[in-house]
Write a new protein. Structure first.
Length: 233
């Protein structure tokens, strides 16, 4: 559902992503681990069509992002580190607006159902988003993915700034979304959460995918040790 083939992206002579090939299947959660500057966000921006690769290809549902920009955007949902919503709108009003922009029109009952499925309490549906926590904003983002029937979800540092309870709740939501058959690509620093939620983990360093492993094969300690050894090598 999501893949890169020898993706390379440079900025002013510096290589941000270096010959990176990865794939995320339907129903899979792939956690991309690495420090700032490792190439995680650049990779995401190539999937979203915000950046054009210098070499290689980026595919969504077997469609090249470079030549099928609109079609691939319809299949994707994106949740950045800070979900940008209109603060003076309620949760349901934001969902209605952004769903319309994505070409998905739903009645009020359906919108509220999407919000509930994403874990947003009913008493928050009509409250202004300006009073929402980060976790509540992310739930609206998940609801947007549900409303547009996204086949893939891409997230950038989704658990940054969340308390342990909210992080766990978000993990449950991601698993539920993947269980519906969607592919999930998550860029993160959070080794613990990556181990908890991901089917597979990849470790990137200087734009290269150094390791790609099945999460069940590693303990938390093993993953931390491998990550630190990779960063120090």
């Amino acid at each position: 559902m999501l893949s890169t083939e020898h993706l390379t992206k440079r900025f002013n002579g510096l290589t941000a992503v270096d010959d990176l090939s990865l794939s995320v299947a339907p129903g899979e959660i792939f956690a991309l681990l690495g420090p700032n500057g490792a190439g995680k966000t650049t990779t995401i921006n190539c999937f979203l069509g915000f950046l054009t690769p210098d070499q290689g290809r980026v595919l969504v549902d077997d469609l090249d992002v470079g030549t099928h920009a609109l079609e691939t955007k319809r299949r994707l949902a994106y949740i950045p580190e800070q979900v940008n919503l209109y603060g003076h709108f309620s949760g349901v009003e934001n969902l209605a607006y952004f769903s319309e922009l994505a070409g998905a029109s739903h009645d009020d009952a359906a919108l509220r159902q999407f919000l509930s499925e994403a874990g947003l309490q009913a008493d928050a549906h009509d409250r202004r988003v300006s009073g929402y926590s980060k976790g509540m904003r992310q739930k609206v983002g998940i609801a947007m993915a549900l409303a547009k029937s996204a086949k893939a979800l891409i997230l950038d540092e989704p658990t940054s700034g969340l308390d342990p309870s909210a992080s766990h709740e978000f993990t449950v939501l991601l698993r539920r979304f993947a269980a519906s058959g969607a592919a999930v690509l998550m860029a993160t620093h959070d080794l613990f959460r990556a181990k908890q939620v991901a089917s597979r983990v990849g470790i990137v360093r200087h734009g290269k995918l150094v390791h790609a492993l099945t999460a069940a094969e590693l303990s938390h300690t093993d993953l931390e040790k491998l990550y630190l050894e990779t960063m120090e090598s």
